[in-house]
Design a protein around this ligand. Structure first.
Ligand code: XLS
Ligand code: NI
Ligand code: NI
Length: 447
């Protein structure tokens, strides 16, 4: 790699070239089978449609610990004692990984990039030192920042919440962190800035004033918006809904909850949603449901791509592999005209038992292939089958006559009564769900 890298060291020596596209006949675990970045689908390349991003936290910081045992990953970039030096090695490893994998974007939390200092200003200086180095590596590799965010959930001071903490002093601390993280995001030309309210919720109503906490959260977001805009941030602010974990009740439960909150507090022009597949599962929704709710509100911003485990209730953050699921997600996205500033960020981690460095590549390749294939199948379904037409026809009674009048707010309940009275018993109309499900299976093979 280029000599801006600090140690002249390669962290992934076994990966000697950028991961190539080899197609479905290839048996190489280190080649794409479906993701051909220059292939054009519906007028755009796969690279432009999918806007893949690798996340810094799971990929370079997570070591595989769980509540029953420590980490199992021994990363070469952690093999130095001084945390700032380790952070610089990690940065080099990260950019080597992004370039060799061929993802155009990455995402980070402030604390992923640089360790916390002894005070807000010390932490900010450390973060900006790493951001300067990241800037050089962005310029050298062409990899860009999809979004930055602040980790407002790991430090023990945030155990009762950050923007929703009952103690104003903790809220102020969170504000200082968001200010610095926004500065870093702006310095790196980040296209979005994310808020995931990890501890913005509560465990017991016996000690909680939810009214105060939710109002404070709105004021906090308004202050962040105002600061970002005043500093020239033109990107999108994103809220990432999640119903629970770590808190029992989280305020950003799901897409519809967040949409209502944003509109109620006048934040809908600056904020959109970052939808994570596994969080949808935790909210008892499908991934595509959460995407569709966001699209309907004009507020779909970005996606955290992963999957959960249908047999348990945790945020397992596995890599997405289910093409049936990615197809349905891509249908929603394509129908909405695709991403604007968002992208597909792999908020996903290796299993604790997957300990070869190569596994990081294999996992991302699988996720990228799953979405690339989903894109092809979704495009086929939307353009080469009658699925779209059937959906339109299903609602055709609203496109003319009394149905259209109703939609324009011109019919009273009495008029609905007279209309019903004039009609006699109605003919049944099949929903055709099984026919449509069969179309998906056919497309999975044909597209
Ligand atoms: C955790 C969230 C987190 C956000 C960024 O469940 O998914 O990783 O994406 O803070
Ligand atoms: Ni996420
Ligand atoms: Ni998550």
């Amino acid at each position: 790699m280029t000599d801006i890298f600090i140690g002249n060291q390669t962290y992934f020596p076994e990966i000697t070239r950028k991961i190539p596209f080899e197609g479905i006949e290839s048996d190489s675990p280190l080649a794409f089978k479906f993701y051909d970045e220059d292939k054009v689908i519906a007028g755009k390349t796969m690279k432009e449609h999918l806007r893949f991003s690798a996340c810094y936290w799971h990929t370079f910081c997570g070591k595989g610990s769980d509540p029953f045992g420590p980490g199992t990953q021994n990363y070469p970039w952690d093999a130095v004692n001084d945390p700032m030096t380790a952070a610089k090695h990690k940065l080099d490893a990260a950019f080597e990984f992004f370039s060799k994998l061929g993802v155009p974007y990455y995402c980070f939390h402030d604390r992923d990039l640089a360790p916390e200092g002894t005070s807000p200003i010390d932490s900010e200086n450390r973060l900006m030192e790493l951001a300067d180095m990241a800037r050089e590596r962005q310029n050298a590799t062409g990899v860009r920042l999809l979004w930055g965010t602040a980790n407002l959930f790991s430090h023990p001071r945030y155990m009762n919440g950050a923007a929703t903490n009952p103690d104003f002093n903790v809220l102020a601390h969170a504000g200082s962190q968001v200010k610095s993280a926004l500065d870093a995001t702006i310095a790196l030309d980040g296209e979005n800035y994310v808020f995931w309210g990890g501890r913005e919720g509560y465990t017991s109503l016996l000690n909680t004033r939810t009214d105060i906490e939710i109002e404070n959260m709105a004021r906090f977001l308004q202050a962040a918006r105002d600061y970002g805009r005043a500093c020239g941030f033109t990107g999108t602010f994103l809220i990432e809904p999640k119903p629970m974990e770590p808190m029992k009740h989280q305020y950003d439960f799901d897409a519809q909850t967040v949409i209502g909150f944003l509109r109620h507090h006048g934040l809908e022009n600056d904020f959109k949603l970052n939808i994570e597949a596994n969080h949808a599962t935790l909210a008892s929704h499908t991934f595509s449901h959460e995407l569709q709710m966001s699209v309907d509100a004009g507020l779909l911003g970005s996606i955290d791509a992963n999957r959960g485990d249908p047999q348990n209730g945790w945020d397992t953050d596995q890599f997405p592999t289910d093409i049936y699921d990615t197809t349905q997600a891509m249908m929603v996205l394509l129908s909405a005209g695709g991403f604007q500033s968002g992208g597909l960020n792999f908020d996903a981690k290796l299993r604790r038992e997957s300990t070869d460095l190569e596994d990081m590549f294999v996992a991302h390749i699988g996720g990228m292939d799953a979405f690339a294939r989903g894109l092809e199948v979704a495009d086929y379904l939307l353009n080469k089958t009658d699925l779209k037409v059937r959906k339109t026809l299903r609602y055709s009674s609203f496109s003319h006559g009394k149905g259209a009048d109703f939609q324009m707010g011109k019919l009273s309940l009495r008029q609905l009564f007279s209309h019903a009275e004039s009609m006699g018993e109605l003919k049944q109309t099949s929903g055709k769900q099984e026919y449509l499900e069969n179309l998906i299976n056919q497309a999975l093979v044909r597209a």
